[in-house]
Design a protein. Structure first.
Length: 749
């Protein structure tokens, strides 16, 4: 549990130490020594306290890591801490996870802390703040506003709201905090701080609605999880889509709450899965705190505080919520644990699922990883017995999940990507009064524009990639660097006017379906059509009314949505992942196919899934269609074992990038040489591959190379990584070439 003392870092707290070693939010991989200030915090000087320190000409807020006896900095150059911001250290569970994360991912502790701490705390707000600001207009002379028209507009708006407005409501109207503070300085508005979250229920039932009676399978699974409620007990809840995993989480959490403990639930993207949050809020009468990107800094701080103090028994959030401190952690649930969004793909490249496992282990609590299509890593753990493998094989509504029907695309005429057989199936489904989901994992009108006279293809001038043709609005867009350009009238190579879209994207399929079925509404769901806040929710609400309609969408649609009236799913092209170079491509496309197929026939209607492919004989695709995900996963695991890939070997990828190609090559080559030399001298089994150009070598006019380290033992790999990052940091080239390390990379791109 969390209130353990800091293990051995400091023997005594009742004297003032000579020195404080502080982690600061800088990209530097080192800590900084300071002298304590005169004023001693109430708890004494201890690790985990926030301090304000002078740093060059700035002041920074950092966290005390230890209180060493000696410093490498000469006494005369040691500066003093300006102030201590806390009277007790930041929560122990949080602090442990930060240190673990920095070590595991070889990332600077200061930057790790910065990412794991709410902005408001990073800026020095008191820990106990659980307030939001309400801004109220005051009477006064508006003369000084003549030269500040936006402030004048803001004041006029506030005057229409005599009870004032919250910061978020104001910034949502396009006003800024600076404008508010400008008005405050002129005494034209005042700011009231109010408490946010409701406090815990004192008495009565925790449930707002009764639990569902469990199916026999659900009850069996729940009983098995219950066997380990008081210890580290990792479980894979492997249940087909619609098998009632969420109901199992809900009843598990109910039991955890009954013991006075808290639950942390991680979900892929709250914006994409509002239904999960709604189900939690409907079920429980206790506060359910949701951490998502839409919160203001103060709301986030309040949520953090509610979790830290135990005011919120249930915390739901995305990736970064893994860093939420809990007063009395009782269980961690990871929904859709295979989802790629749990891995951060820049800066601190952590995997929230892996950190959650480490956290559950350290706090000695159960953790449930739920998925219909578990990651191969997770499946391997379950197969080896390290995780308990719990299965739900039946849907709660007793319809078997739809089988994948492979349909041959070769030589068939296509309209908007669809062959006649698929169009006919769509027609029949609509005539029967049901809905159809057409899945196509490319947004835009067409993947590119081609010249039929000379074969020219529209390529991005900044990337090694084609530009996508969009119709709404009409332009070429690079999906890698977001470069936009107007459509050319003629081919830039041969001047021919015969330019045609090549292939289909969501816009084109939408257009085709609208023409084929003019009576039926067509809803397109992709990143472009859902830019507007709420747009996605609005479309989902419309679809759930159940009128016959067509949905065209990307993988946004694959994520756990309950679409009860969809009885036919058409996958426009299943081939993207079949022959891709990335070693996880096949795993990810199998997961996507099964997840999309799982949308069909969730209510009382059985479903059908048509999968168009140019490779109907492909053995992997066949295995998936005939025997299901687990059979394919077993085969892929065997291939990974033979190829020496995760989960049988552990990987770390060093990435290098710079504007000049030769700089990247030089630095990456030098790094590889130095590393090999060191490895030779170490008598270690770690291997080093590369450097090789990244699969997309040029992106946004920068060149990318990579170096891969691997070993069967984590400890050996870890030592090699630690050596490499030190070498990279100390090399003068690190000023012109950016180098970063990705431990357990999800993709090699
Ligand atoms: P999953 O999370 O595995 O995709 P859900 O928990 O969303 O599945 O369940 C799918 C549907 O089945 C939901 O509508 C849910 O309300 C219903 N359901 C789940 N468990 C039961 C049960 N024991 N009895 C009746 N309906 C259930
Ligand atoms: Zn041409
Ligand atoms: Zn580009």
């Amino acid at each position: 549990m969390c209130h353990r003392p800091f293990g051995g870092l400091l023997s005594s707290t009742d004297h003032t130490p000579r020195l404080l070693r502080v982690a600061l939010p800088t990209p530097l991989r080192r800590l900084f020594d300071y002298r304590p200030c005169r004023e001693v915090p109430a708890c004494g000087w201890r690790p985990g306290l926030r301090v304000k320190v002078p740093f060059g000409r700035r002041q920074l807020i950092g966290v005390v890591v230890e209180c060493p006896e000696r410093s490498d900095v000469p006494d005369a150059q040691l500066k003093s801490v300006l102030a201590c911001l806390d009277d007790a250290p930041l929560p122990d569970d949080w602090w442990w996870l930060c240190r673990f994360t920095a070590r595991y991912y070889q990332h600077p502790l200061g930057d790790t802390i910065a990412q794991a701490l709410p902005v408001a705390l990073r800026q020095g707000r008191p820990l106990q703040a659980r307030h939001q600001e309400r801004w109220i207009a005051r009477d006064g002379d508006t003369g000084p506003l003549e030269r500040a028209p936006r402030q004048a507009e803001l004041l006029a708006m506030l005057r229409q709201h005599p009870r004032g407005l919250m910061t978020r409501a104001i910034t949502a109207q396009g006003f800024t905090r600076a404008q508010l503070e400008g008005l405050q300085a002129k005494h034209l508005v005042e700011c009231h701080e109010e408490r946010l979250t409701a406090t815990e229920e004192e008495s009565g039932s925790r449930l707002a609605e009764p639990s569902l009676p469990l199916t026999r399978e659900q009850a069996g699974v729940l009983a098995e999880i219950h066997e380990g409620l008081e210890r580290y007990h990792p479980c894979l809840l492997h249940g087909v889509t619609g098998s009632g995993k969420t109901e199992v989480y809900l009843q598990l959490i109910e039991a955890v709450l009954a013991r006075g403990r808290q639950a942390l639930v991680l979900v892929p993207e709250i914006g994409l899965t509002p239904q999960t949050l709604t189900r939690f809020r409907q079920r429980f009468r206790v506060p359910v705190v949701a951490l998502h990107s839409g919160l203001t800094d103060l709301e986030r701080l309040d949520a953090w505080d509610a979790a830290r103090t135990g005011r919120a028994p249930i915390v739901i959030g995305t990736r970064s919520a893994v860093f939420t401190p809990l007063a009395a952690a009782g269980v961690i649930v990871i929904d859709e644990e295979h989802d790629g969004s749990f891995k951060q793909q820049e800066g601190l490249r952590y995997h929230a699922r892996d950190l959650a496992i480490a956290r559950a282990h350290r706090e000695n609590i159960p953790i449930v990883l739920g998925s219909a299509t578990p990651a191969l890593e997770t499946l391997a753990q379950a197969r080896s017995g390290r995780y308990r493998h719990l299965r739900l094989t039946q849907r709660a509504n007793r319809h078997a999940p739809a089988r994948l029907e492979l349909t041959d695309l070769r030589g068939r005429h296509r309209q908007g990507g669809l062959i006649a057989l698929a169009i006919e199936a769509i027609r029949q489904t609509l005539n029967a009064g049901n809905q159809v989901l057409v899945f196509i994992n490319r947004r835009g009108f067409a993947p590119t524009l081609a010249c039929h006279a000379c074969g020219w293809l529209a390529e991005c001038p900044h990337c090694d990639a084609r530009m996508t043709l969009h119709r709404q609005p009409q332009e070429l867009v690079c999906h890698h660097c977001d470069f936009h350009r107007p459509l050319p009238d003629a081919c830039p190579e041969c001047d021919s006017g015969d330019l045609r879209p090549l292939g289909s994207g969501t816009e084109r399929t939408e257009e085709t379906l609208a023409a084929l079925f003019p009576e039926t509404p067509v809803h397109r769901i992709d990143r472009d059509s859902t830019r507007r806040k709420q747009a996605f929710e609005d479309i989902l609400r419309e679809i759930r009314r159940g009128e016959p309609s067509l949905l065209v969408g990307t993988q946004m649609l694959a994520k756990g949505h309950h679409l009860p009236h969809v009885t036919l799913v058409v996958v426009v092209n299943a081939d993207a992942g079949l022959y891709a170079s990335d070693f996880r491509a096949l795993e990810h496309s199998a997961q996507l196919l099964v997840q999309v197929a799982g949308r069909a026939g969730r209510a009382e209607h059985p479903g059908r899934v048509l999968v168009q492919t140019l490779h109907p004989e492909d053995s992997n695709l066949r295995l998936l269609a005939d025997s299901g995900y687990e059979a394919l996963a077993g085969q892929l695991l065997e291939e990974r074992r033979l190829a020496g890939l995760p989960p049988y070997r552990h990987l770390a990828l060093a990435r290098f990038e710079a504007a000049r190609e030769e700089h990247v090559t030089e630095f990456a080559t030098a790094a590889a040489e130095a590393l090999r030399e060191w490895l030779d001298a170490q008598d270690t089994s770690v291997t080093c591959l590369g450097p090789v150009p990244a699969p997309m070598e040029r992106r946004q006019n920068r060149y990318h190379m990579q170096l891969m380290l691997s070993d069967t033992r984590r400890s050996a790999l870890h030592r090699a990584c630690a050596w490499l990052v030190q070498w990279l940091d100390n090399h003068p080239d690190s000023r012109r070439v950016r180098a970063s390390l990705d431990v357990d990379p999800q993709t090699l791109s």
